[in-house]
Design a protein around this ligand. Structure first.
Ligand SMILES: Cc1cc2nc3c(=O)[nH]c(=O)nc-3n(C[C@H](O)[C@H](O)[C@H](O)COP(=O)(O)O)c2cc1C
Length: 183
């Protein structure tokens, strides 16, 4: 692992003004020194299908980002009390790589913006998915954001200072967890 850390952010929502991608941008703006973060684009990722034997370029692009990432930041859009399909789908694609090499052992920060419960139900489903994928979600701090209470502007940017601080604390915790694991 290089001396600087690379995080990859993935959001479950595809819409242009997504508040969950807004949370990822807030995370990018609050990274500890020596850390960089890209945000994956899932708009052109097809549904996983075992009959697709040649990996589409879009999937290869995200796989390359996953391969380079020391840790993941998952913004867990909640649809009908669970994680949104776009996020589950890219995890499903990645899970089929040999030895689960793109995911196994990686530390993960979970966050989400949604209704009043802040995607907590979906995040706890995602934690269950992380068990099988051998991903290592941070326990704390948890980031549960209300998307409908003025914390985001009309473009999905996070404007709430308290939540920005919380996201920054989570990025620090993620960086510390990776550093502790790899020395
Ligand atoms: C199909 C669908 C199901 C939804 N179900 C939930 C839900 O169970 N819980 C919740 O908090 N919000 C739910 N919402 C509202 C989303 O949390 C809200 O649209 C949120 O802004 C989506 O994230 P985004 O801003 O990143 O697109 C749902 C939205 C859609 C479109």
């Amino acid at each position: 692992m290089s001396s600087s850390l690379r995080f990859l952010g993935i959001a479950g929502s595809l819409r242009r003004a997504s508040t969950n991608r807004g949370l990822l941008r807030a995370a990018q703006a609050a990274l500890p020194a020596g850390t960089t973060m890209e945000i994956a684009d899932l708009n052109d990722i097809p549904f996983y299908n075992a009959d697709i034997t040649e990996k589409p370029a879009s999937v290869q692009r995200v796989f390359a980002q996953l391969a380079q990432a020391d840790a993941l930041v998952l913004a867990c859009t909640e649809y009908n009390y669970s994680l949104a399909p776009a996020l589950k789908n890219i995890l499903d694609w990645a899970s089929r790589e040999p030895n689960n090499g793109l995911l196994a052992g990686k530390h993960v920060a979970l966050m989400g913006a949604g209704g009043g419960m802040g995607t907590s139900r979906a995040q706890y489903h995602l934690r269950q998915v992380c068990v099988f994928l051998d991903l290592r979600p941070l326990n704390k701090p948890e980031v549960f954001a209300n998307a409908f209470a003025g914390a985001f502007d009309s473009e999905g940017n996070l404007v709430d200072e308290k939540l920005k601080g919380l996201v920054g604390e989570q990025m620090k915790a993620l960086s510390a967890a990776v550093a502790a694991a790899h020395g």
